[in-house]
Write a protein that binds this ligand. Structure first.
Ligand code: NDP
Length: 240
């Protein structure tokens, strides 16, 4: 029986590419999403991947969502924490709601989802967790104190959980994408985007499939010695 994978935010953008590539590699994929039913249904019809709606910032909803996936497909052995949002604005204009919403959705979700799958991974003595961070969590970004804080938190979360999972066959890694051509980046004003692309040595935005490749590499059965690492996939924009 093939391994069961959950991809949060798995119906659009980077998550969509991850869901599709994991399915192509033979995993049983459950794609979670937050609210866009139309896109989720269209995705499911096109790919044959089942979709599950719940809010990853809600602890109880994650518990229930994971239980439903387990009932339908079996215990979850692979978790890709990909769902994320932005609510940009400079600190002096940012309201508390925009701060909290991004922290809860982008970082709180990692706790909520990992907590919901960890017991089964420990029992199986196997697990693969990939958390999607961001170049802006590594380098910071003007107008994104909330997003940069959440994404940089993901990198600390990853390293701590990796230490806890190591002896149980559970690997935990992060991917820090650079600017990828998705709806999220389409929301960046064109004049700002032009300046960003000018700073990418490869000379273009990344493709969602280029992040999916990284995920497939990290979740493979023979990836047991790769844990606590961050894979930067950013066209050479930020190297450290
Ligand atoms: P998109 O905005 O294109 O897609 C976001 C996905 O997350 C959607 O499927 C959305 O569901 C889901 N989602 C959002 N909020 C929730 C929630 N509360 N509960 C469940 N699902 C939710 O984003 P991208 O594909 O661009 O980004 C994917 C990840 O990669 C994010 O974590 C992002 O921060 C990160 N990233 C993206 C970069 C980029 O350049 N695009 C760069 C660096 C990091 P729905 O369709 O229902 O709205």
């Amino acid at each position: 029986m093939s391994r069961v994978a959950i991809v949060t935010g798995g119906t659009r953008g980077i998550g969509e590419a991850i869901s599709i590539m994991l399915k192509e590699k033979g995993y049983q994929v459950a794609a979670n999403y937050g609210g866009n039913d139309e896109r989720a249904q269209e995705f499911s019809k096109r790919t044959g991947i089942p979709v599950y709606k719940w809010d990853v910032s809600d602890y109880k909803a994650c518990e229930e969502g994971v239980a439903k996936v387990k009932e339908d497909l079996g215990p979850v052995e692979i978790l890709v924490n990909n769902a994320g949002i932005t609510r940009d604005g400079t600190l002096h204009r940012m309201d508390q709601e925009s701060w909290q919403k991004v922290i809860d959705t982008d970082l709180g979700s990692c706790f909520n989802m990992c907590r919901a799958v960890i017991e089964d991974m420990r029992a199986a003595k196997f697990g693969r967790v990939v958390n999607i961070g961001s170049i802006n969590g590594q380098a910071g970004q003007y107008g994104q104190v909330n997003y940069a804080a959440a994404k940089s938190g993901i990198h600390g979360f990853t390293k701590a959980m990796a230490q806890e999972g190591a002896a149980q066959g559970i690997t935990v890694n992060a991917i820090a994408p650079g600017y990828i051509d998705t709806d999220m980046v389409a929301a960046v004003p064109p004049q700002v985007l032009e300046k960003i692309v000018a700073k990418i040595p490869v000379g273009r935005l990344g493709k969602a499939s280029e992040i999916a490749r990284g995920v497939c590499f990290l979740v493979a059965d023979d990836g047991g010695f790769i844990t606590g690492s961050t894979l930067s996939i950013n066209g050479g924009q930020h190297m450290y």
